[in-house]
Design a protein around this ligand. Sequence first.
Ligand SMILES: [Zn+2]
Length: 144
Amino acid sequence: MPRENSSIEVALRRELHRRGLRFRKNLRGLPGTPDIALTRARLAVFCDGCFWHGCPDHGVLPKSNRQWWTEKLDANRARDLRKDEELLALGWRPVHVWEHEVVTVAADRIQALWRERTGRSADQDDGSTRPCAPTRTEDAGGGE
Ligand SMILES: [Zn+2]
């Protein structure tokens, strides 16, 4: 995937960091390589470009080669859905943020999910999580 959406991604990372939420960037080994992975809450955040991911507000098809673009963008959407299902199967919650979204609103949504899934507020996070801590902790959680 082209890195078409770096501005929201950078701004969102900055905002989450400001709120004391710890995350990892471009976590390989997870379906879709999430842009932002909050490992404790198992939140996999993707910053989706409006064009490439078919945003309902801005996902306008180019006038030429419509057929090709339709198939291309449909395939992108199908792949997004498939990756989401794979993440869910692994116990991760996929979160999609459109590039047009207000960063603080997106961060609110992520923070709310984070609280819901960890039972903590961010300021209880002591921040001592090692940046390179292993991502798979089989005994974490305790089930749904
Ligand atoms: Zn959009």
